[in-house]
Design a binder for this molecule. Sequence first.
Ligand SMILES: Cc1ncc(COP(=O)(O)O)c(C=O)c1O
Length: 410
Amino acid sequence: MQFERFYADRAACMKTSEIREFFKLAEQPDVMSFAGGFPSADYFPVPKITEVLQELLAQEGKTALQYGATEGSWDLREYLAQKMTREGMPCTAENILITNGSQQGMDLISKVFLNPGDVVIVEEPGYVGGLGAIFNYEGRRVPIPLDQEGLRADILSSELRRLQREGRTPKYAYVVPNFQNPSGITMSLNRRREILQLAQEYDFLILEDNPYGDIRFEGEPIPSIKTMDPEGRVIYLGSFSKVFLPGIRVGWIMAEKALIDKIACAKGSTDLCSNSLGQRLAYRFAVSGYIDAHIKSLISEYKAKRDLMLSCMEKYFPEGVTWTYPQGGFFIWVTFPAGISARRLLLKAIERKVAYVDGAGFYVNDNGKNTARFAYSEAEPQKIKDGIAILGELLHEELDKQKRHASGSF
Ligand SMILES: Cc1ncc(COP(=O)(O)O)c(C=O)c1O
């Protein structure tokens, strides 16, 4: 049966991400994979979870296994409101909506705000799940490149002027200011201010997605854009996935109450409510202070892996290859010398049981062919050493081949 004739027009935008395809590869145990941006399952506190789950089921099993409010469990919303208030974003539980991961937050925001063709400003390179959530609702993504300080506010400014001449204003800008996926770059305070000023001047919203912010290895935390927002123009997304467990699917949206009410209507028809058991579990671990202590140990584990991957790149990668220096999070962004195709190199690497994600999938347009994302979060230290050494060999071979080509000895 051919189903195409039944699909809505927007289904044409719904395509499998190549990056998701790599997850399948990453699951094979013999692969030295830097592809999937998962947290390391080695750090999931399984025995403690078993203990707390047993207690939870004994004490409040009936509520934890029942449907809950669409907006989420009140206790958890209150806890998160207090956390956000402490972090300089004063709010109450009514400003919080619990989602099935922050990914659902992105989907719901697109569902509520986007008509086909509406403009959304995105980072380039940008988080694939965020780009997909906009595209699936037929939003028009306008990419703005990054530099070491994050999204280029000067280019955004000229792009906004160009859009204005076309009679268009973006609905919102989607940004990941801390340890961005895929680049590992952190947006400077100045850029955060500039982008908010542009949002105020041109009247668009900002969707600030911050799943990695707490995993900072060094340097002072930079205030989120939401802390500088007196009008409620910034919608903030948080998540327990990277700092606790992704499998329980618990994230949140923090925004003005009027927006929360509207988004809750959209969520109701999507899933009625988020995972009740996961919310109860996250609440117990959060309110007891366990997650804060857990984050401290995650920081030292992930920092050691980042340091190892950076030092291996330094040792094995040939001159001409450059990479970012993430101060936290999971990712390093690598740029190969012009002319080296990250995709072709990846095919060779896979033959040698090494994987990364080639960068093109993080671009809206046809760019980034010599770029790649390396996640150090999941890989074991020995695999980081061996995998980066193999990639170093392959890169040397590629560059030698290029040199021979250029000198005509082919
Ligand atoms: C930038 C960013 N936002 C959101 C998500 C989705 O996280 P969650 O598990 O909370 O849905 C991810 C996951 O990789 C991410 O990297």
